[in-house]
Design a protein around this ligand. Sequence first.
Ligand code: C6P
Length: 404
Amino acid sequence: MNAEIRSQFPILNQQINGRPLVYLDNAATVQKPQAVLDASQKYYTEINTNIHRGVHYLSRKATDAHEAARTSIAKHINAPHEHEVIFTSGTTDGINLVADTLTLSGEISAGDHVLISGLEHHSNIVPWQMLCQRTGATLDVIPITDSGEWDLTDIDSLLTEKTKMVAISHVSNALGTINPIETVIAKAKAHGAMVLIDGAQSTAHMDIDVQAIGCDFFVFSGHKTYAPTGIGILWGKTALLEMLPPWRGGGEMIKEVTFEHTTYNELPFKYEAGTPNIEGGIALAAALEWMSNIGLDVIAAHEQKLLDRATSAILEIEGIKIYGTAAHKAGVLSFGIKGVHHYDLGTLIDNMGVAVRTGHHCCQPLMKRFGITGTTHASFAIYNTEEEVDIFIAALKKAAMMLA
Ligand code: C6P
């Protein structure tokens, strides 16, 4: 079964430095299956034109395909209304949209608090910092335990009636921790705070049901869910999206423009100024459908098997330290080897055909929490094999010996 799935990824069928590519950088971006490549190609070879703007045949066809993609994506995340599904360029774009419109609206102001956690990606830190600088609000941070989990000991003093927004990640990109978002969402809701979930690292590994999660906003990136780069989704509750002001001005987001005054379009177009990534949206719907056809539970179970195999094998290496040892983890293995710099390690194993990520993973505050500048980081996807895990571990052992 895995061999059949793997065969759907043409990029994996190549040699790097004379060795078969072992691609373990999936948290950064996943490779694209043929079904998604076909959806992109079909768009450009059969449909391409601008949408919502023409009466000609292709324009209607492209508009229908774009809106059908929105419908399909809404269904995938169980959004109650498809007008709540906003096309963005990715997770970063979605978070900035929410933070900026909250700033513009005055919905968050001096004296209010925003709560994030200590393991957030910079994309879920900096926009809130900017919001705080612009509004006079205060940024609070859930601390992180040695195992890389939220330390919720003081949550009741961190999350109070002053907290207006709780912006937290579903799964940590740097450590793989699956965060107990339900606990924090329940507390946020008890205090009337809004909740944004950064789903960049969860959407490719678990079923997403925004209604069951109980958040107000959910954001993710297409490129981490087997779709192209430059496309993503912001889902938000109708009442909030109606209440917040438009973000960027331009075509499509307007109802009527005069030099004196502009009225704005209804949802979702109010937040979609300019020509969208039409092909990206269509390919994203194809990618989510492709994942659903395999089954998110099947994907998660496979990645867990690889993670368990890699974790027990890596512990045999002298001087190894795993960062992120939570009981509930997605397929991410972040580690350091005593006396070895992560860049040297990453470079050496790249010479052996193994692609891993090294560095701070856009989580500098988290690295600081562990007193390090970065880690080496392997992350697994449905197309990876047990054999690849063994090649990765053997390469690591060899590199560690050379660098010792
Ligand atoms: N993490 C990684 O290697 P964009 O760049 O907008 O698609 O996604 C940003 C982002 C936000 N939140 C989390 C939890 C993320 O993991 C990412 C992207 C990549 O881990 C690039 S640093």
